[in-house]
Design a protein around this ligand. Structure first.
Ligand code: FAD
Length: 301
């Protein structure tokens, strides 16, 4: 068995693994893809000690540093069940893979929430996107819509207004939920429009997006003549496989200040937890905290 098994290899998982390995532990990391969401971003400029890097370069560094620290890295694994056999935790993965460990750190991150409206799935990567940082430049001088009104949606709209010819924000609620400073910034831009109390009904197009059908509060419909639709309605934690196993908080793994979960010996870090901010440096800090929490737990037990 591993001393520590980390599930997930994004910033949080990599940080947990490296911190645990540097305590002399025998560490396994089992994950879908190394880097996690970082792979979906182009430039990263908020890593504090690195002024600018690319998502793919950053993911490559995470891999290299885990391997250099002697971590046993196992990729393309999808965890499906966590249980306990005697003193050991058992994580079962798709494809009949079973790994055992004295302590487990969960760092399975999150993924984009989808609207489920017609056209969203069919036109994915044909104009429908979840990633303004990756795909914004594809819509240079073209009209786009952003679905959502939270911080990520309004940040995306501000970002896109610098590239696209026009940006329409479509929000279901009667107001934007984003921070006022972002709303003010959006409203100061000449090529933006905000539709509140507006329901996105359908994304039109066959080979490429040609419009977004929106139902407004008075019941009337409008087809926005957009070529891109950015869906920005939040993140879903990758924790479905843990339902009924440990305490979740609105789907996110509930943790204490040592990143301990409701199961002694199981820790969690990053976007899969109820930590309020979902950012790389936060996930890395949380990963370190989880590793140190698990280390302290192990020397007391
Ligand atoms: P993730 O990065 O989501 O990694 C999760 C890991 O768990 C992956 O290895 C995945 O394969 C694995 N996994 C998931 N489920 C399972 C399972 N069942 N079994 C096994 N493995 C599993 N943050 C910034 O600080 N700066 C930015 O500029 C920035 N830009 C972003 C741009 C985009 C487009 C996106 C989507 C996010 C951005 N973020 C940015 C946020 C940042 O990427 C996340 O906060 C960070 O990646 C979270 O790290 P994490 O390790 O918790 O989870």
């Amino acid at each position: 068995p591993f001393d520590v098994l980390v599930v997930g290899a994004g910033p949080a998982g990599a940080s947990s693994a490296i911190y645990s390995a540097r305590k002399g532990f025998n560490v396994g990391v089992a994950a879908g893809r190394v880097g996690g969401q970082v792979n979906d971003t182009a430039g990263i400029e908020n890593l504090i000690a690195i002024s600018k890097t690319q998502g793919s370069d950053f993911a490559a560094e995470l891999r290299q540093n885990m391997v250099a620290n002697g971590v046993d890295l196992m990729e393309s694994l999808q965890a499906e069940r966590l249980s306990k056999e005697g003193d050991l935790f058992v994580v079962e993965f798709a494809g009949d893979v079973k790994l055992k460990a004295k302590s487990v750190i969960l760092a399975t991150g999150a993924r984009y929430r989808t609207t489920g409206i017609p056209g969203e799935e069919e036109l994915r990567n044909k104009g429908v996107t979840f990633c303004p940082h990756c795909d914004g430049p594809l819509f240079q001088d073209k009209p786009v819509a952003v679905i959502g009104g939270g911080n990520s949606a309004i940040e995306a709209a501000i970002d896109l207004a610098g590239l696209a010819s026009h940006v329409t924000v479509v929000e279901l609620m009667d107001h934007l939920g984003a921070d006022q400073v972002l709303v003010d910034k959006l409203n100061s831009l000449p090529n933006t429009r905000v539709l509140t109390s507006a329901t996105s009904k359908e994304i039109l197009g066959s080979d490429a997006v040609s419009g977004l059908v929106v139902q407004k509060s008075d019941g009337s419909s409008e087809t926005l003549p957009v070529e891109g639709v950015f869906v920005q309605i939040g993140l879903v934690p990758n924790t479905e496989w843990l339902e009924g196993t440990l305490e979740l908080d609105r789907g996110q793994i509930a943790i204490d200040r040592s990143n301990a979960t409701s199961i002694p010996g199981v820790f969690a870090a990053g976007d899969c937890t109820n930590v309020p901010h979902k950012q790389i440096v936060v996930a890395m800090g949380e990963g370190a905290n989880a590793a140190l929490g698990s280390f302290e737990h192990s020397i007391r037990n």
